[in-house]
Design a protein around this ligand. Sequence first.
Ligand code: PLP
Length: 363
Amino acid sequence: MSETKVTAVDQTFPVKKTTASRLQSVNFSDLRFGDVFSDHMFELIYENNSWQKGKIIPYGPVNIMPSANILHYGQGAFEGMKAFTMENGEINVFRIHDHYNRFNDSCKRLNIPSIPEETFTQAILQLVDLDREWVPSDKYKSLYLRPFVFATEEFLGLKTSTTYRFYIITGPVGNYYREGINPVKLTTMPDYVRAVKGGVGNAKVPGNYAASLYPAHVAMQQGYSQVLWLDAIERKYVEEVGAMNIFFVIDGKVSTSPLTGTILPGVTRRSVLELCKLWGLPAEERMISIDELFAAYREGRLTEAFGSGTAAVISPVGVIHHKGEVITLDTEKMGPVAERLYATITGIHHGTEEDPAGWCNII
Ligand SMILES: Cc1ncc(COP(=O)(O)O)c(C=O)c1O
């Protein structure tokens, strides 16, 4: 078991503080997701073939030209991670190293110059430390962190940009889904696909999300909160949900789709698999067909379904619809495996459960 270290935050980057903090205007007892932003942001510019010196500045508009690459060709990538107030008042930024690795992989896939891990990590720690009063103290709330990079070169024509901007913005958040931690309803959308092998399904890039909006809109009109994506070739194997990886408990075994290049390698997915291993709970990464799922349900062998993601942590699935057939699991509450994972992961976030493997970065 590796030990969690408390880091004294270096003041590496120059800071221009806001003169008009918005902190007092925030109602921390009524937080939704993604509509409140903290006082400061980190900015790093790429020009003359290198990343320049970063700085922390007040949160505010970003000035780019209408011809900037990102607005037309979408050369950009992002991350989604969280910081929590621990029981002892310290702040825990969760699994920075894993988020960095995925961000770096996304950048590589979009031909964006790599940002050094030390810069990424230090920027997050210094920014969160500066705005630490923005980290909610409530157990089910957190500070969401959004690092993102985009191409800024003024040029119309398809080519790799020579200039970029990297930012980190943060904001206090409550529950991701309107349902809170109550079970969500999913539907497959066999007429649409999210990703193909060799594409960008395993990178966290804007186009993946833009392309999912219309099918998600149709699903919502039909009364479902998210799309359960099937593979693009056979439209048969379960892949993932809009912003979550998907898990099933079949015959007492925890199963999730393998990382074959079409799904996002979720950091929470990794935490779930690592915890199952630690607990000696059978867990496997394998192709799961939608027909197998319905057969297991009919035979009483499918006992739970849940999603995993930074935003929702663990989100129970109550209903799965596919071509007129419906799986109805517990529509009121989480099943025992989801419940145990949710309690443990949120406990690790807030320091009431032991950090199993150096996941926590404490400041
Ligand atoms: C498409 C998709 N799948 C899965 C996830 C879950 O990933 P993580 O657990 O790293 O948040 C996310 C969220 O980032 C996502 O957008």
